[in-house]
Ligand binder design. Structure first.
Ligand code: SF4
Length: 425
């Protein structure tokens, strides 16, 4: 195999290494996150038991993922939603484009699963206008960049750069104090929610028995997005399905302290079917104050394959709290270039199945296997073990750099990686 696959990713890694501005944003975020998480966990001693329960829920759910998909499809249909199962990213994009059509105003709340399928560009190519409404995603969209953290997409953008981006948007100088910046986004996006034709959200967890989507957030934008437009489309990976409402609530309790250092997120929205009323003569009419239509796209895109690997399947337990990224010494230096469409050690595994395998094969060499990610993970996911396994899978498929091939040859022939001494007989 030629070594051409190395260069684009190596350039991206070097760009991050040479950019102190991006590291400044990450350093500030790490300091704030660490203090908040320690404070929250100090007030939640019950979390030690809860996170173990959640691990068991995820193990059980992934071992019967097919069955939960079938059950969820039936449950969503029962409550008059429209379920879809997308085998891959292309199929998911086709489903979205056929529901949205063309000439529509679309508002979105944060969904890394939608980033995974490159949804925005597909909708824009089909002639729609798309607004990200999560503040971090909005910043990234305006800067024409890609997210660099699982839950903090613009973590690498310091406040001074956000001010420059917003100044360009508004055509006037915007102060770089953070509350003013938040105010700019609030004012700009306000009317978009009510004028939108379609709202798109993700879902953090789904109860298969009832077809209920759980959407966890702090900003309040996902509530607008899932409620104000007449059509709501949700996309979620099939690894997010759990058997019951009670299982889903346990995930909801576990995620916020590890994701944002809070006891519970400001908003948890439960969506079970489209809006409806039976207030006049007990006759059900769909589309009262909320959306008239609810479409739910369940995305496979490599997850079934991942579940077949006895070691890499553990990545499907990931709650996407993002805590391991803040603790990762490599992520803190090379940020969003450490992975492809997902980041950090866990992101390498996810990207190998859902993104660019070549990019993963280069970035994986940056992992130090320090094991910090496993220590801080609420579910004790063994990321270093998965990275090691993935690396050997990639090498067996020919992803070995010229330098590594030379070193390996030197070890075989001369007993050292430098090729200096002849091997003693
Ligand atoms: S691997 Fe663990 S710590 Fe990292 S994002 Fe997933 S759940 Fe959070």
């Amino acid at each position: 195999m030629s070594n051409e696959w190395i260069d684009p990713k190596r350039r991206e890694l070097l760009e991050w290494l040479c950019d102190p501005g991006r590291r400044l944003g990450i350093d500030r975020a790490v300091a704030a996150y660490t203090a908040a998480k320690e404070g929250a966990l100090g007030r939640l001693p019950e979390m030690e038991e809860m996170r173990k329960e959640v691990r068991k829920i995820k193990e059980g759910s992934i071992s019967r993922m097919d069955e939960l998909v079938r059950q969820t499809v039936d449950s969503i249909a029962d409550v008059k939603g429209t379920p879809y199962l997308a085998r891959d990213a292309a199929e998911a994009r086709r489903i979205f484009c056929s529901i949205v059509g063309t000439g529509k105003l679309v508002v979105k709340s944060k969904s890394l699963t939608s980033e995974e399928i490159h949804l925005n560009s597909a909708l824009e190519d089909a002639g729609n206008v798309v607004y990200e409404t999560d503040l971090g995603e909005f910043i990234i969209q305006l800067r024409k960049e890609k997210p660099t953290h699982i839950i903090n997409p613009s973590v690498h953008v310091p406040r001074e750069d956000v001010a420059r981006t917003f100044s360009k948007l508004l055509g006037r100088d915007v102060e770089s104090d953070i509350p003013s910046l938040v105010g700019v986004a609030r004012a700009f996006l306000r009317d978009k929610f009510c004028n939108a034709d379609v709202g798109i959200t993700g879902a953090n967890v789904v109860s298969a028995k009832t077809g209920t989507l759980f959407i966890i957030e702090n900003e309040g934008n996902a509530r607008f997005v899932s409620n104000a437009p007449p059509v709501h489309i949700a996309i979620t990976g099939i690894e997010k399905l759990v058997p019951t409402l009670s299982d889903a609530f346990k995930v909801v309790q576990t995620l916020p302290p590890y994701a944002s250092g809070v006891l519970i997120s400001a908003y948890v929205s439960l969506v079970t079917g489209p809006s409806k009323t039976a207030d006049i003569e007990k006759t059900i009419v769909y589309g009262a104050h909320g959306p008239k239509e609810l479409h739910v796209v369940l995305l496979d895109n490599g997850r079934t394959e991942m579940a077949k690997d006895p070691i890499l399947r553990e990545a499907l337990y990931c709650l996407r709290c993002g805590g391991c990224l803040y603790e990762c010494p490599v992520y803190r230096v090379v940020g969003g270039s450490f992975g492809d469409n997902y980041f950090g050690g866990i992101g390498l595994v996810w990207s190998a199945f859902t993104g660019d395998e070549c990019a993963v094969a280069v970035a994986i060499d940056a992992c130090t296997k320090c094991g910090r990610c496993k220590e801080v993970c609420p579910l004790e996911i063994d990321v270093p073990k998965m990275v090691e396994h993935l690396k050997s899978n990639l090498a067996s498929r020919g992803y070995v750099s010229k330098k590594h091939a030379e070193m390996s040859e030197n070890i075989m022939r001369k007993g050292n990686p430098f090729g200096i001494y002849e091997r003693r007989q």
